[in-house]
Design a protein around this ligand. Sequence first.
Ligand code: COI
Length: 358
Amino acid sequence: MTETVEEKLSIRTEKVEKSRLPEVDFENLPFGRVFSDHMFVADYKDNGWHDLRVVPYANISFSPAMSTLHYAQSIFEGMKAYKRADGGVYLFRPDENFNRMNISANRMCMPEIREEVFMDGLKELIKLDQGWVPGQEGSTLYIRPFMFAADDFIGVRPSDTYKFMIFTCPVASYYAEPVRVRIETDYTRAAKGGVGYAKTAGNYAASLYAARNAQKDGYHQVIWTDGAEHKYIEESGTMNLFFKIDGTLVTAALGDSVLNGITRKSIIQLAKDFGQPVEERRISVEEIDKALKEGRVEEAFGAGTAAVVSSIKTVGHQGTDYDLPPMVEGTFAYKVKETLHNIRMGKVEDKHQWMVKV
Ligand code: COI
């Protein structure tokens, strides 16, 4: 669904009377529970985006019949802003989030977002709340752009109206410790021809049951396998996965059922820059099982905006836990995590021009 009306858009701003910033304990940030002072909102109706505004962060009200609540026409993105030593605030590859959001929008029969709505709204919001971008090592401002169907109608069809919003949260790490994951071969996150590659709410709902079962058994997450045969490794729901086996870095090839992670893509580029052999291909459970048994998995880690580069400590499969070496200096995971951090903080050359100043 493409917009036909291209009116010139401007953003109005309504500031909070009193900032909540002094109440925040930046030394003890949880993930995703502390929300900055403002949010960005735009409304879609009559085939166009209207009423762009940055307003105080607040609850929103809607009808019980609002279609998102019933049929999950809802998509989102995850991105981060970084504060450098000189106080400058930078975004990491925001164009990639913008493009992926519209890929998700198309798949979910939602309208595309105009670039100026996404980018100008984002920058305006971050500029206003730049005091919320943590300066502490390891903390950042997590940014959550999202769009949802807003029609008050319970017939099943794409909505005619939508809201696009962005709010932000100062956060520390998503995983506070190296993660324990289990290969999931009973339940399915995404199927061929489905919506697994779209960043849509239902994929996360579909992941909860198996993840909860794994958590009961002491794991943080599952490693999803393909829905048809459960023979091939896909992703972890909160992150894409990388394994270093016999010196080569491997990650699942993209497809219908794997999210095209921006951290994943950046790590593949950095691996190439470092001269680290890297393959995007089908990875069978059998191959991983054999490599685990033979002690040939040199490294395993997850990659995502929230997860950053998260070391995998244990892989569980068919009742056996395989412990993996830690992410220490000298490992690829350590080097790539540090390089991403240094690029973001302006400590090394940003040769791919990934950083955008707010
Ligand atoms: C992100 O990494 O930004 C995500 O959207 C994952 C989410 C589960 C926190």
